[in-house]
Design a protein around this ligand. Sequence first.
Ligand code: SAH
Length: 464
Amino acid sequence: MNKNDIVTVEITDIGVSGEGIGHVDGYTLFIKDAVIGDVVEAKVMKAKKNYGYARLMKVITPSEYRVEPKCAFARRCGGCQIQEMSYDRQLVFKDQKIRGNLERIGGFTKDQIDTVMQPVVGMEHPFGYRNKAQFPFGTDKEGNPITGFYAGRTHDIIANTDCALGVEQNKEILEIILQYMRENKIKSYDEKTGKGLIRHALIRYGFKTKEIMVCLVVSGKKLPKAERLIEKLIQIEGMTSITISPNTRRDNVIMGDSYEILWGQGYITDYIGNVKYQISPLSFYQVNPVQTEKLYGLALEYADLKGDETVWDLYCGIGTISLFLAQKAKQVYGVEIVPQAIDDAKENAKINAIDNAEFFVGKAEEVLPEYYAEYEREHNGETAHADVIVVDPPRKGCDETLLETIVKMQPEKVVYVSCDSATLARDLKYLCANGYEIKMCRGVDQFPQSVHVETCVLLSKLGQ
Ligand code: SAH
């Protein structure tokens, strides 16, 4: 196979990034946007010895799983990878993705996986589900400010204020910001030169409370003529918090380290189940509230609390899972690296009148081992114990020092909530080599139309 060859190929598999996979005379081709079951014409863009990457030129026979995308930019935009795949098939793909990682990386057998795996929890309406969006700002060829999303694997902005995954209010808010920028000659930040002001707009919407937050990330300290922007934004129903977050760093972290209130309060509130949460611009909060309720429900079901347990919730963010569990446990300890999130967590405990949750700022892999060592010192060699430990780490998974301490604390149950089933599988392998076994495993689709999937796993101490 050579570069620029045009081939006709049937798509027989899906890669981990959602791309179609087909074979031509034993040669494997990865074709973005081709759906399993399609017969397509594709042009080879990069040819290695046994495999290559090709561009989808034409769908000759569409797959039974191929659907019309809702968004005109679905193919170019980096946000959605599999919008052209039917939702039912997306769920099958996600189930297989988890299974594949458990098998390849975790070293579990098909039989083991079959006995613990439950079907992925999907959504009834898999669009318009995101309560948060971070829109980058840029400049078009005519010098006008634009906003939208990055094209796949680039930082080129596709101008689009109407993302199909977000809430309808996003469009109105973004158009107001763009108009304010045009009228007041305020420039978008340019990553290449470091010049310009507006970097990103963070918009959050409380699905239950209908409160809206707008936070502009700016490369500077002030927003000129801010009152002109505020005046327009506060006409939108539900506007609760308008802030700026100064960020003059040249890396690709979106938010600055702090924020300043321009109007209203510095946070919005929302509910998951009957727990009320206060969310500030810098805190992590699950983006899909409908599915989050199902995910936490599952974590709670797996933890199976009776009321006398000591529970640790590591990577607790604003205390979301902690407070959910605190209602059923004796004592919950939460650990989180972002100080503002811990401030929110403490406040959240207060507003829900929950007094059996305590929060610590720091790295989980430092706080828990230090707690363990100190407990041992203070209790004449007796070791700290937890009944249930919940972890919900970012994509890189848990540090091995943390897993080591978890094993030492001998909890009856570990509930692992993961947004990356590859690192999850790696960590499960460690826990299962050190006295634990998987009892239950289930995907929850927090991110329809994308290749990502959340997974919730229940582990028990061996022999229980
Ligand atoms: N359980 C929470 C948050 C999960 S997201 C929820 O469901 O809302 C992961 C969280 O881990 C983020 O809040 C992030 O700030 C935090 N984090 C990242 N690295 C960490 C570390 N090493 N130690 C503790 N927390 C960390």
